[in-house]
Design a protein. Structure first.
Length: 324
């Protein structure tokens, strides 16, 4: 294990949800819990067996650590391990604090040209990497990203990086769609009160054909329905956003057109990829951060996220260093 002095911690929608509702699905907050799982910091102390890190190293933290080497770990899908420790998922404490202890194997050294803030953004970015990989985005893909929050935006960035020829994004908010354009979306559609089939036909008309891949990032029932209708026969719909447990969808439409519906659960094996992309300047995640607060103003930061202002709110845990 290593002891870290925390630097930058992003606020996620799930953090706000636990704060407001005390549960997400089967994960229920029963005792006081530290939030935060999008984080970076500086190594202060290392355990006796740690060789790849030393005090002073700047690291990005992968929040999910398997507790035992089970079959999921052996096949490289450790995110599915039932015994996984995960920051800020009850009952496991997160890392929104000054000092934090974590498994050394899940702390990744940041190159000098990658900032702490970029290091903290690797967590949401990883959701995009994992989703686009599961979706099979490749050279020339046409991609529909439903939802333009932080997760929609990282999927736009990653899809373009993986060779997507055209990416269209939908959202209710014009300011969020503007941000999607800024990070590389080719087309945006502001949804008002269209039916799912109308949304699907708008997607087809701006792309010139139906997308092979849809990445659904809202979890809203009508959006999932639109995702099925929009996806080209033989294509793939990846469900990233989580909503109610039971959702009514046109499953027969998907079945008879051989549309593959895939789920994702967090990510695995993404930190080295993300660090390589950030270090080589092949992707730019800096526009995602719109607000910064010192740790003392955490409540204000959470209120800002809850109101849906900006995109990504960052908390600074080191009072001596408020830089990115």
């Amino acid at each position: 294990e290593v002891l870290l002095r925390m630097h930058s911690v992003g606020i996620c929608g799930s953090d706000v949800h636990y704060w407001q509702h005390g549960r997400i699905g089967d994960f229920v907050v029963k005792d006081p819990m530290v939030l935060g799982h999008e984080a970076s910091g500086t190594v202060v102390k290392v355990g006796s067996g740690v060789t790849h890190l030393k005090p002073g190293d700047r690291v990005a933290i992968e929040p999910g650590v398997p507790r035992e080497m089970d079959e999921f770990c052996k096949t490289g899908r450790y995110n599915l391990s039932p015994t996984i420790f995960f920051c800020a998922t009850p009952p496991d404490d997160g890392n929104l604090c000054r000092y934090y202890k974590h498994s050394a194997s899940y702390c990744y050294k940041l190159p000098d040209n990658v900032t702490f803030e970029e290091g903290a953004l690797i967590e949401p970015l990883s959701v995009g990497i994992h989703a686009c990989k599961r979706a099979g985005v490749t050279l020339g893909s046409k991609v529909f990203v439903s939802g333009s929050g932080p997760i929609g935006l990282v999927n736009v960035i990653v899809a373009k990086m993986m060779g997507a020829a055209a990416v269209v994004v939908t959202d209710l908010s014009s300011s969020r769609l503007q941000k999607a354009k800024e990070v590389g979306a080719d087309f945006t559609i502001q949804v008002k009160n269209e039916t799912p089939k109308e949304v699907a036909s708008k997607v087809e008309s701006v792309l010139g054909s139906m997308p092979e891949i849809t990445v659904e990032c809202t979890g809203v029932q009508t959006c999932i329905q639109a995702g099925i209708y929009a996806t080209r026969s033989g294509g793939t719909l990846v469900l990233v956003g989580l909503g109610p447990e039971m959702v009514t969808v046109p499953i027969v439409n998907a079945a008879v057109r051989e549309v593959d519906i895939r789920g994702i659960f967090r990510y695995c094996n993404t930190w080295p990829v993300a660090i390589a992309l950030l270090a080589s300047k092949r992707i730019n995640v800096k526009p995602l951060v719109t607000h910064r607060f010192p740790l003392e103003k955490a409540l204000e930061a959470f209120e800002t996220t809850k109101r849906g202002e900006g995109v990504k709110v960052m908390l600074k845990c080191d009072p001596t260093d408020l830089s990115p």
